[in-house]
Design a protein around this ligand. Structure first.
Ligand SMILES: [Zn+2]
Length: 385
């Protein structure tokens, strides 16, 4: 039984560290193409330019089109080749990060990633999702090399819209439960080997950081403050969840999320928001007890992650659409549903979706009663399901 753990070369995180980026990038190359969206570059361009120049790194900025498509990848590859770049730096959210990872892999040069929002666990892995022009998933691309550097300035994260951090927590919430499922079923990880105890411990640490610091981190971003609680959660979402999902594997939560992606109704919601609800569905499928359900529903409610179908734009009475979600989950190309340690059918998934939604509605109504209870204590029911 072969076990393996893979990881990026360097992970650097801290408040106000952007002026030091050149020191880390200088180890990777001396001629960089820096790719990012408008907002990301506006917030970082001056500090990056100054630091790269101080370390005698030649650089040119290039605007990202906004989508991870083959067309955009080819355009950036041609641009980087013309510049004779020996390094790509990607600045921004998940899409620019997934794009530059593929560009660097095709050109066989190192990639440094500078997430300016923490909306998913994409940065640390050697995987990218490429989309078709219409926004649907074209392929999962496995890269030969991991990112050489992931560099996170938490002062920038603290000033980004809070919805991104909350979605990142939703993506990271699934990691421990999917890891536990993969470990119990003996599933292979994304590298095609069995997992290590170290990777499983990292996935569990991810969950503990979310439960202990998630609410505080959300408050930190609402107040634009890079306090230690935010550091804990940024590390959990980018590093722990990234290492965890790649080195242990994913299961029902991501399979069912892929099902919801096929519904137009959910298109306005972020990956991590959908994954959070689908994590609740996985917990129902696994027949988890009421104590754990209270903890996870309570966490989602406290940070504002969806716990009902309505909160990801779907009606619970739309039977056909929910059956379609269940069928797509079963047919997932990565066979993620098979990573559960027991067999399930599409109908099991359908029922679990409805039940997770019913629990979410119950949780919300209990919360509403408790808010009134602060005025009238006789209404107190306890803060639980
Ligand atoms: Zn994810």
């Amino acid at each position: 039984m072969k076990r393996m753990l893979v990881a990026l070369r360097s992970y650097v995180q801290g408040p106000g560290i952007m002026p030091e980026i050149g020191e880390h990038v200088a180890l990777l190359g001396d001629n960089a193409v820096v790719v990012g969206g408008n907002t990301a570059l506006k917030n970082t361009r001056d500090a990056i330019s100054k630091s790269l120049a101080e370390h005698k790194i030649k650089y040119v900025f290039e605007l990202f089109s906004g989508e991870t498509t083959l067309q955009e990848i080819e355009r950036l590859e041609n641009f980087a080749s013309t510049q004779k770049a020996n390094l790509i730096i990607g600045v921004g959210g998940g899409k620019v990060i997934d794009t530059v990872k593929v560009v660097a892999d095709d050109l066989n040069i190192p990639v440094a990633l500078v997430p300016t929002v923490v909306a998913s666990d994409a940065p640390c892995s050697a995987l990218s999702i490429i989309y078709k022009e219409d926004g649907t998933i074209k392929q999962f691309r496995t890269l030969r090399e991991h990112p050489a550097l992931v560099f996170v300035d938490t002062q920038i994260i603290a000033r980004a819209p809070v919805r991104f951090l909350v979605a990142g927590m939703g993506d990271a919430l699934s990691t421990r439960f999917e890891a536990d499922a993969c470990f119990s079923s003996g599933a292979k990880n994304f590298i095609g080997t069995y997992t290590t105890s170290a990777a499983l411990a990292i996935a569990r640490l991810c969950y503990d950081s979310l439960i202990n610091y998630g609410y505080l981190a959300k408050m930190a971003v609402e107040n634009k403050t890079a306090v230690p609680a935010l550091e804990k959660v940024v590390e959990a979402v980018i590093l722990h969840s990234g290492l965890g999902f790649e080195n242990v594997g994913v299961a029902a939560a991501h399979a069912i999320q892929d099902g919801f992606v096929t519904l137009e109704d959910t298109s306005g919601f972020l990956h991590g928001e959908k994954v959070a609800f689908c994590t609740l569905v996985q917990l129902v499928l696994e027949n988890r007890g009421v104590d754990l359900l209270n903890e996870v529903y309570g966490f989602c409610h406290s940070v504002g992650l969806p716990i009902t179908l309505a909160e990801i734009g779907v009606s619970s009475s739309d039977r056909d659409k929910l059956l379609q979600v269940a069928r797509v989950a079963m047919e997932s190309p990565l066979k993620m549903m098979e990573n559960l340690p027991f067999p399930v059918t599409a109908h099991d998934i359908y029922d679990a979706i409805l039940f997770a939604d019913a629990l979410g509605n119950l949780f919300h109504s209990r919360q509403a009663i408790n808010e009134h209870a602060s005025v009238n204590p006789r209404l107190e029911t306890g803060n639980q399901l």
